[in-house]
Design a binder for this molecule. Structure first.
Ligand SMILES: NC(=O)c1ccc[n+]([C@@H]2O[C@H](COP(=O)([O-])OP(=O)(O)OC[C@H]3O[C@@H](n4cnc5c(N)ncnc54)[C@H](OP(=O)(O)O)[C@@H]3O)[C@@H](O)[C@H]2O)c1
Length: 381
């Protein structure tokens, strides 16, 4: 299978490279797409020998000129990523750019009917209706890479969809699950990115600390599995061993368990059956000892209360929810705002947004841009 990896230089991209290298008989790199990290890209290109290397940032592409292994052609810009994602030579696209920047190339792959491993949850949060409609029309297979959604996917196999009563995503609770809420305003970016169980990129690590990540995942699950908000919930599970559960009408609850290592859901998305060796450690439950679960505290994690309002509304709200969060998350990492200002910024933006159905990509970008402007206004007020 020839792979195009969007966001190849990131955490998911590098884990994908690891799985590919374990199975050179099954996977080869057609195109690797990064943004600014030319050094990581050079290392990946030397390991995977892609036919194409794209840096969406022109300066980063320039830094790579003359350095790539023979046979690898270099391009820059998002248009090249969009084109290669739909190219006849691409069998599967791993969609692992971060943020709504990942939407054009991922949608291009979906429209071309590719198998798409979807890590970029922001695609579905901003344009779930457009994205899933495009998949239905082209016959593209969209396979979740987010560990929780990959778990749900596995728990649904061979079971009657109409018998599902509840889909429950687990959440680790991040690094501040037990921290005194009165001190959350003093949290530093370094503390927020230090996730207790998962090794992830900076943006999603901060999203995990605010639980904005779980909020975005609930919206993602809604589109991926075509579920009403009433059938979706989350529970805190600090050990991150159970990734999700699906409850059926007869009271049976199926869960998927694995060590917290993204190579498992990545390998599952790349080839579900027969299963691939993903390289993750074996789960030893006797060693784990106990698995615990707690209700989500919406006061500690206001993003989880906010997402209920977003899921009851139209998608203009989820576009704004995501865009305002991207702006506020970045502002916190740049030390412009406090940790507790992230969700309050999103809340203030949401209060200004009209609740309307957004049906085209142009409109998505319009609402996205509008929410970014509002978020910047809130931040600088
Ligand atoms: N990490 C996880 O465990 C995990 C789990 C579930 C879902 N996800 C989802 O997977 C996606 C990627 O997460 P990650 O943790 O791998 O992030 P990451 O480590 O920060 O990597 C992000 C990737 O996106 C590229 N990128 C950044 N800004 C871009 C832009 N404006 N245009 C094009 N490309 C851009 C980066 O390129 P450069 O580095 O070259 O600049 C990098 O390749 C996110 O949507 C996240 O929510 C991640």
């Amino acid at each position: 299978m020839r792979m195009t990896v969007l966001g190849a230089t990131g955490s998911i991209g590098c884990s994908t490279a690891d799985v590919m290298q374990r199975h050179p008989d099954k996977f080869s790199a057609f195109a690797l797409v990064g943004h600014q990290n030319d050094e990581k890209m050079l290392e990946l290109a030397n390991r995977l020998h892609p036919e194409w290397v794209v840096m969406t940032d022109a300066a980063a592409a320039k830094r790579l000129q003359g350095k790539l292994p023979s046979g690898a052609r270099l391009e820059s810009g998002m248009d090249a990523a969009v084109e290669l994602s739909a190219a006849a030579e691409t069998d599967m696209v791993m969609a692992a750019m971060v943020g709504s920047a990942g939407l054009p190339a991922t949608l291009s792959a979906v429209r071309a009917g590719k198998r798409v491993g979807l890590a970029n949850k922001e695609c579905l949060v901003t344009a779930g209706n457009i994205f899933m409609q495009a998949a239905r029309e082209s016959g593209a297979e969209v396979v979740p890479v987010d560990s929780e959604h990959a778990a749900v996917h596995q728990c649904m196999q061979g079971h009657d969809y109409n018998s599902i009563t509840q889909v429950i995503l687990t959440a680790s609770g991040g690094p501040f699950r037990q921290r005194d809420p009165a001190t959350l305003h003093t949290v530093t970016p370094e503390e927020a990115v230090a996730h207790p169980n998962w090794d992830m990129g900076a943006k999603i690590s901060v999203d995990s600390a605010t639980m904005m990540n779980k909020a975005l995942e609930l919206i993602e699950a809604r589109w991926l599995f075509d579920l009403t908000p009433e059938k979706l919930s989350a529970v805190i599970h600090p050990e991150s061993i159970v990734h999700a559960m699906v409850e059926y009408r007869d009271g049976s609850v199926l869960a998927q368990l694995a060590m917290p290592d993204m190579r498992m859901p990545i390998a599952y998305a790349m080839q579900a059956e027969p299963r691939l060796d993903s390289g993750i450690a074996w789960l030893d439950l006797a060693k784990t000892g106990s698995l615990s679960f707690q209700a989500v505290d919406n006061e500690r994690f206001p993003a989880m209360a906010l997402v209920q309002q977003v899921m009851q509304g139209e998608n203009s709200l989820s576009i704004a929810f995501n865009a305002a969060n991207e702006v506020a998350n970045a502002a916190f990492r740049q030390r412009t705002i406090r940790f507790t200002d992230i969700v309050s910024t999103v809340e203030k933006v949401l209060s200004q947004v009209d609740n309307v159905r957004v049906g085209t990509l142009d409109e998505v970008w319009l609402y996205d841009e509008q929410a970014r402007i509002m978020a910047n206004e809130v931040i600088s007020a």
